[in-house]
Design a protein around this ligand. Structure first.
Ligand code: GDP
Length: 444
C-alpha cells in the first residue's frame, strides 16, 4: 500500500511532539526536518518539499495554539491542511457535459502506464452515471492494444470503435465522433498510442488529434510506481500537449507515493482519479482530504463508507435483515453477503481503509484467508437451490457431491455446514440483538 513508510515516519515525528508539554521553535524545527526527510524519502519532488516545510514552519511558529489542542496536535493539524493544499484542496471532476451534448476525452500516457485499462475503467464509471460512452481505439502501433480495449470494453458493456491499424489516429478519431453522434453516444473516450519514452512523434500525434476534433479534456495516465519520473512525464505533457488532469495508476502497489503529492504542485493540474488495482472496478475518485488523512495514518473512513454505499445493495440488505429477524436465513443469504463483501474489494481492502490498520496491514493480512472465503463461495455454489434454502437435507452423499463440485475435501463442506448451524443457533440466543436491528436501514 502506498505511503506506508511515509505514514510510519510521520507518526513517529508526531509521537515525539505529543510527549512534549510545550513546543519551542527549536522543537518545531527539528520535527520539520524529520518531516522533510520523510517526504524526500517518499520520493516527493525536492522543490515541493522545500515549499511545503516552509509553509508549515511559518504557520506553526507564528500561530497561537488553539483551544483544546496541544502543540503536537496543532502541528499535525497544520501538516494535514498543507498536505491537502498540496494535492489541490478540492476534488476535480471531469467536465462531462449535461444531457446529450457530446464530451470528448482523450487519454494520453506512456506505454505501460495503464492507459488502455484506465480508459475502460473510466468508461465504466461514466456509464454508471447514466451516460452512453464510446471507447475508441487509436493506438494503431500496437494491435494488441486494440484487442485489449475490445476485451475490456465488452466486460464493461461499452462499445469499442475501431478501424484496425491501417488508418491514421486522426481519421479514426474523426470517424468515432461521427459514429457517436449517429448512435446517441454522449461521451467519447479516445485511447491513444503510448511510447516507452516521451518522444516528439507521440506529442505531435496527440496535438494532431486535438487540432482536428474538439477535445474537451485531455487526461494523462501516469504510473505512481515510477515516482519522480511520473511527475516529470506529467510536466512534459502539460507543457507540450496541454492536459486537464491526471490519473495516477498502480497506487495499490508499494509505491512510496511521492507522485501523488507532487503532481498538482509541479504541473498545476489536478489528479482526477487513482487506479487501485488491475480489476476494472479499481478506479477511485481522488479526494485530497482523504488522501492526506490516509498519509497521516488516520485511515480513510470516508472512502470506506462511500465504497460500502455504492456496493451494498440496500434492498438486499433490508431483505437479509428481515430474514435474520425471522431466523430463516439460508445459504442463499450467506452467498449474498459474501458477494457484497467482494464488491467492496474483499476484507483486506476494507481493513486497509480503517484508521490505525493501514500500517499494520501486514499482520492483519496474514490472519485473513480470502482464499478460504472463495472456497466457501464455491461450496455454496455447488449446492442445488433446494439444498441452499433447506440445509437440513444435506446428507453425506449430497455433501460428497458438493465437495467434488467445489473441488474441496468433504471435511470442509462439513465444517461450513456446522459453522452455519452454529451461527444460526447463536443468533437465536440473542433475540435482543436481532430484534431492534437497524441493519440494512438507510444510512443517515
Ligand atoms: P498502457 O500501455 O498504458 O495502455 O497500459 P495497460 O493498460 O496495458 O496496463 C499495463 C499494465 O498495468 C497491465 O498489466 C494493467 O493490468 C496494469 N495496471 C493498470 N492500472 C493498474 C492499477 O491501478 N493497479 C495495478 N496493480 N495494475 C494496473
Amino acid at each position: 500500500m502506498a505511503f506506508e513508510s511515509l505514514t510510519d515516519k510521520l507518526q513517529n515525528v508526531f509521537k515525539k511532539l505529543r510527549s512534549k508539554g510545550r513546543l519551542t521553535e527549536e522543537d518545531v524545527k527539528i520535527a520539520l526536518k524529520e518531516v522533510k526527510m520523510a517526504l524526500l524519502e517518499a520520493d516527493v519532488n525536492f522543490r515541493v518539499v522545500k515549499q511545503f516545510t516552509k509553509s508549515v514552519q511559518e504557520r506553526a511558529v507564528g500561530q497561537d495554539v488553539m483551544n483544546g489542542l496541544n502543540p503536537g496536535q496543532m502541528v499535525i493539524k497544520i501538516v494535514n491542511e498543507e498536505l491537502v493544499n498540496l494535492m489541490g484542496s478540492e476534488t476535480t471532476e471531469l467536465p462531462i457535459k449535461p444531457g446529450n451534448d457530446l464530451t470528448v476525452i482523450m487519454m494520453a500516457g506512456l506505454q505501460g502506464a495503464g492507459k488502455t485499462t484506465t480508459a475502460a475503467k473510466l468508461a465504466g464509471k461514466i456509464k454508471s452515471k447514466g451516460k452512453r460512452p464510446l471507447l475508441v481505439a487509436c493506438d494503431v502501433y500496437r494491435p494488441a492494444a486494440i484487442t485489449q480495449l475490445q476485451v475490456n470494453g465488452e466486460k464493461q458493456g461499452v462499445e469499442v470503435f475501431t478501424m484496425g491499424d491501417k488508418q491514421s489516429p486522426v481519421d479514426i478519431a474523426k470517424a468515432a465522433v461521427a459514429h457517436a453522434k449517429a448512435n446517441q453516444q454522449n461521451v467519447v473516450i479516445i485511447d491513444t498510442a503510448g511510447r516507452l519514452h516521451v518522444d516528439e512523434d507521440m506529442m505531435q500525434e496527440l496535438a494532431d488529434i486535438k487540432s482536428n476534433i474538439e477535445v474537451d479534456a485531455t487526461v494523462l495516465v501516469v504510473d505512481a510506481m515510477t515516482g519522480q519520473d511520473a511527475v516529470n512525464v506529467a510536466q512534459t505533457f502539460a507543457e507540450k500537449v496541454g492536459i486537464d488532469g491526471v490519473i495516477l495508476t498502480k497506487m495499490d502497489g508499494d509505491t512510496r507515493g511521492g507522485a501523488a503529492l507532487s503532481i498538482k504542485s509541479v504541473t498545476g493540474k489536478p489528479i482526477l482519479y487513482v487506479g487501485m488495482g488491475e480489476k476494472l472496478s479499481d478506479l477511485e475518485q481522488f479526494y485530497p482530504e482523504r488522501m492526506a488523512s490516509r498519509i497521516l495514518g488516520m485511515g480513510d473512513v470516508m472512502s470506506l463508507i462511500e465504497k460500502a454505499e455504492a456496493a451494498v445493495d440496500q434492498e438486499a440488505a433490508q431483505e437479509m435483515s428481515k430474514k435474520l429477524k425471522k431466523m430463516d436465513f439460508d445459504f442463499n443469504d450467506y452467498l449474498t453477503s459474501l458477494e457484497q463483501m467482494n464488491k467492496m474489494g474483499g476484507i483486506s481492502s476494507i481493513l486497509n481503509m480503517l484508521p490505525g490498520v493501514g500500517s499494520k496491514m501486514k499482520d492483519v493480512e496474514s490472519m485473513i484467508d480470502e482464499k478460504a472465503m472463495d472456497r466457501t463461495k464455491s461450496i455454496i455454489l455447488s449446492m442445488t437451490p433446494q439444498e441452499r434454502s433447506n440445509p437440513g437435507i444435506l446428507n453425506l452423499s449430497r455433501k460428497n457431491r458438493i465437495a467434488r463440485g467445489a473441488g474441496v475435501d468433504v471435511a470442509e463442506v462439513n465444517r461450513l455446514v456446522k459453522q452455519f448451524e452454529q451461527s444460526k443457533k447463536m443468533m437465536k440466543q440473542m433475540p435482543g440483538l436481532m430484534g431492534g436491528g437497524k441493519m440494512g436501514g438507510k444510512r443517515g
